[in-house]
Design a protein around this ligand. Structure first.
Ligand code: UGA
Length: 445
């Protein structure tokens, strides 16, 4: 057992702290938000994350997990993880002011021989900045290790407990081994590298996954033009182990608190250091076009959008989370409102008060049927199982017109059309509606 500390109780910090406690370590988790700490102390999770709450409760009961709303005078822990937010600045760079704050608070309270481990996603070179700050705090030598996280919201506990790899970057091999030993019960594959490379692995991983999705979304648009089925194309491609089948689902594009900010920050870093990030720029452009293409599909089905009533199913950026940051669903809602449509939104877990605040012009519904009542179209914006298995006949009963845009390609086109809907999806035959483009009629005759 090792005593460690985690600074920041957001999704990375809370998950890492609870999981390290589950591995048998004693964890002090510090966050300067007293409400968040009070919630955590009562055994509740501040985020909707499957499996997290039981681990928090177990850690508290076993006295291995402690939540503090202020820094201790002196850390008992010798290994301190920084897991604070690095939001997007107005210029598109990662804003590391919370990292700086955390490091200066931590460095003043650490004894010699301690290790600061950075889990926040930070610009390349931040490790050296952290080392400099810790050195200037003058309490003896402190090592810095970069340990990027690869947790997905919605499956973060599983991703922590079954990592594909653990990346550790430092110029101090002993510090790397001490941090590696924390993960030993998981028997992970460990990549040991230098600190800048570790920081870059994080950005490159997220940028590559975003690129994969934008790639398949571009292929989906070409499939729509040429009458091929992108779901089958992705399946066929994915069986090639060099390509792999994951992150090849076409849809409304990627969102969330990570991909949009990280791809932009990487492009920004590249540009200010004289590189020309043309691929990353295209990846972002294709992504924002996916939202516009959904609007075009609705216009294709309904005609002018002014005065139409559109129900959006799902508000979070993906299923199994209540995170609405950079959500394609909410961006689509804003675009439709700008076109003069009225919008009703339903999400199984995002609180109504938050949705009212985020999209004040939209109506927040308490169920799929309530959202769809009197709607002229429904958009499936998030792949929650509740939407995949919804009762289509019941859905259609209350609607003014039966148009369904499947922004996640999760419904069976035949079943939806059999239920009397004008069904539109992304990159599958008939994606643009029942009538094929004239030039393609021969292909499908
Ligand atoms: C992502 C990475 O997957 C994690 O490895 C990383 O640790 C995390 O960012 C982070 O940097 O903190 P996350 O943002 O939770 O995790 O979500 P993903 O599951 O990666 O999905 C991102 C977006 O891509 C979602 O909007 C999702 O709906 C979309 N997506 C994903 C697709 O449109 N198609 C796909 O095939 C897969």
């Amino acid at each position: 057992m090792t005593r460690i500390a985690v600074i920041g109780c957001g999704y990375v910090g809370a998950v890492s702290a609870a999981c390290f406690a589950e591995l048998g370590h004693e964890v002090d988790c510090v966050d300067t938000d007293p409400d968040r700490i009070a919630l955590l102390r009562s055994g509740r999770s501040p985020i909707h994350e499957p499996g997290l709450e039981p681990l928090i409760q177990k850690g508290i009961q076993g006295r291995r997990l402690h939540f503090l709303d202020e820094y201790p005078d002196q850390f008992e822990a010798k290994i301190v993880f920084i897991a604070v937010n690095t939001p997007e600045s107005s210029e598109g760079a990662a804003d590391i002011r919370w990292v700086r704050d955390a490091v200066s608070s931590v460095a003043a309270r650490l004894g010699p021989g301690s290790i600061i481990v950075n889990k926040s996603t930070v610009p390349i070179g931040t490790g050296e900045l952290v080392a400099g700050m810790a050195g200037r705090a003058g309490r003896g030598p402190v090592s810095v290790v970069s340990n990027p996280e690869f947790l997905r919201e919605g499956s973060a506990v599983r991703d922590f407990m079954q990592p594909d790899r653990v990346v550790l970057g430092s110029d101090d091999p002993q510090a790397i081994e001490r941090v590696a030993s924390l993960y030993a019960p998981l028997e992970p594959v460990i990549q040991r590298t230098d600190i800048r490379t570790a920081e870059m692995i994080k950005y490159a991983s997220n940028a590559f996954l975003a690129t994969k999705i934008s790639f398949i979304n571009e292929i989906a648009s070409i499939c729509e033009a040429l009458g091929a089925d992108v779901a089958e194309v992705a399946h066929g491609m994915g069986m090639d182990v060099r390509i792999g089948g994951q992150f090849l689902k076409a849809g409304l594009g990627w969102g969330g608190s990570c991909f949009p900010k990280d791809v932009k920050a990487l492009a920004h870093m590249a540009a200010i250091h004289g590189a020309h990030p043309q691929l990353l720029r295209s990846v972002m452009e294709i992504n924002s076009d996916q939202r516009l293409r959904a609007v075009a599909k609705l216009r294709g089905a309904l005609g002018e959008l002014e005065g139409q009533r559109v129900a959006i199913l799902g508000a979070a950026f993906k299923a199994n989370t209540d995170d609405t940051r950079q959500s394609p669903a909410l961006e689509l809602a804003q675009l439709l409102l700008l076109e003069g449509a009225s919008v009703a939104i339903y999400d199984p877990v995002v609180p109504a008060a938050r949705l009212n605040h985020l999209v004040p012009m939209a109506t927040v519904a308490g169920s799929v049927e309530e959202a769809a009542k009197d709607a002229t179209a429904v958009v499936v914006a998030t792949d929650w199982p509740e939407f995949i298995h919804m009762d289509l006949a019941r859905l259609g009963e209350g609607m003014a017109r039966r148009v369904l845009v499947d922004g996640r390609n999760v419904l069976d086109p035949l079943a939806v059309r059999a239920a009397g809907f004008d069904y539109r999806c992304v990159g599958r035959p008939g994606a643009e509606g029942p009538a094929l483009a004239p030039a393609l009629e021969g292909v499908h005759a």
